[in-house]
Ligand binder design. Sequence first.
Ligand code: UDP
Length: 500
Amino acid sequence: MPEPTPMDGLTIPHFVLVPLPAQGHTIPMVDIAHLLAERGVTVTFVTTPVNAARIRKVIDRAEAAGLPIGFLELRFPCAEAGLPEGCENVDLLPSLELTPAFFRACGLLREPLLDRLREPHQPPASCIVSDMWHLWTQGVADELGVPRLIFHGTGCFPLLCMRNIRSSILFDEVNDDTKPLMVPGLPHRIEITKGQSPFFRQDPESERLWNEMLTADEACHGVVVNSFHEMESLYIEGYQKAIGKKAWAIGPVCLYNKNEDVSVKAVRGNKSSDDGLQCLAWLDSVAPRSVVYASFGSVAYISPSQHVEIGEGLKASNHPFVWVIKPREQSPALEQWLAEGFVESTEGRGFVIRGWAPQVAILSHSAVGGFVTHCGWNSCLEAICAGVPVLTWPFFAEQFLNERLMVSVLGIGVAAGVNTRTMLMGDEIMVKREAVEESVRKLMDGGEEGEERRKRTKELGEKARKAMEVAGSSYQNMTDLIQEVSLHNVKVRSKMGREA
Ligand code: UDP
C-alpha cells in the first residue's frame, strides 16, 4: 500500500538536511531522510566525501529504490580550519581538542552550500533541517528565505534538564562536585552532581558554543526530535513551553526500516567490520536473551586499562558477551593482553569486535539480553526498540541525563555507578572489573527485579513501534511537520505574489 501523502493540493516540499558529521548525529538524519522520502518529500542530504563513502551502500540503495533523496557532497575545508586532511567526522579527530577547529570547518560550508542550493537544476529549498551545532545554517535559511528547523539528536528530557540546569544558580553556587543536586522545574525528582553535569569544567570556547546552541532554539522555526510521546510526553510539553516553539517528536527514527532487513541494519553509518558480520552469525548459535553487548558509541574513548577491566568483568560475569573495541582504542598492549589468554579463556562465549559493529542488527538479535552503553541518545533508543535493558555508563555531554531517564524515570536501566564526567584520553580506569561483573550480573539477572525491568523495556519498545506505524503519534507528527513546511511555503509565495 502506498504511504498516504500529507501534502494533497500543495507543491512537494524540499527538505534540506544538514547533519553534523558525527555518527550519533548523522545516522538518525539518514533515517529522517528516508522517512521523509517515503512520504513523497524531496530531500537533499548534505555530506562530504569521506562521510559519503561511509554511507555509500545506503546512498546506492536509496537511488535503486527510486527514493527522492539527493546526496549533496561538499568539500570539507580541513586545511583552512587547521585540521589534518581527511578529518571529516568527529570520530576521525586525532584529539577532541580539535573540536573547535572542526566546528570552524563546518562553518566554512556556508557559502559553498548556498551556491549549490542556488544552482538552477536544484528545486527551491522549502526548509533547512540543521543539526543543533551548525549555528551558521540560520544564515543560510535567512538568505534563502526559508524556515530553519533544529535537529538536536537527543530527547526532550535531557534538553529540558540542560536548560533548567543552566538557568539555576544552584549548580554555580555549590563547591562540592559530588553532592547530588535536584534539577529544578521537572515533573520527576531528578538528581545529578555538578561533576556529572554536561557543563562541568568547560573551556570558555565550549561554554560559548553551548550558550549559543541552547538559545538558538528560541530563534528557529521549530525543533525536530528523535523521540516519541509515549516515552517522554511531559518533557516534550515542558520543552516546547520553555522554548516557545513546536517540537515535533518523529521517532524513534531507527525504526524506519520496517521490514527489519538485517542487511540494511548492518550498514548504518559505516561499513561493518568483518568481526561484526561474523558476530551476527555467532549470535545465531547462542541461547535467547543470554548475551550482554558492550559498546560505547562512536566518540567516547575507553583507555587500554579500562578495556582490560571491562573484559575481565564480562568474563567473570559468566554471561556470553559481545564487546566492541573502536579503531582508536586498539593498541599493541591491549592486543597482547587479548592474545595472552583472554581470547582463549572466553572462546565460544565471548566475541570481540574490532571496528564498526552492526549495532542495531546485534541489539535486535534474540540472543541479546542486555546492553552496556555510554548512554548516547541513539544507543538508548536502539536498546528500547529492541526491548533490551541497559547498563548505563555515561561519559560526557548529556549522557548522565540520559542515564537518569533510563534508570530513574523509565526504570529500564541499571547504573554502573560512574561519578563524574570524563573526556580523558589517558590510561584511566573509571569502573573496576569487580563493579563491571556485579552490575552485569544485576542487568542480566533473571530474578523478579530483572524480569520487571525486561518487561518494562519490551512494553516501551512496543509503544515505540506503534508510534511509528501509520496513525501512530510519531507518524502523525511527521505528517504535521510536512504540512507545516508546505503551508509555510504557500504563505510565503502568496505574500511574494502580492508584493510583486
Ligand atoms: N554505532 C554502530 N556501530 C558502532 C558504534 C556505533 O552502529 O560500532 C551507531 C549506534 O548504533 C548509534 C550511533 O552509532 O546509532 C552512535 O550514536 P549514540 O548517540 O549512541 O552515541 P555517540 O556515538 O554519538 O556518542
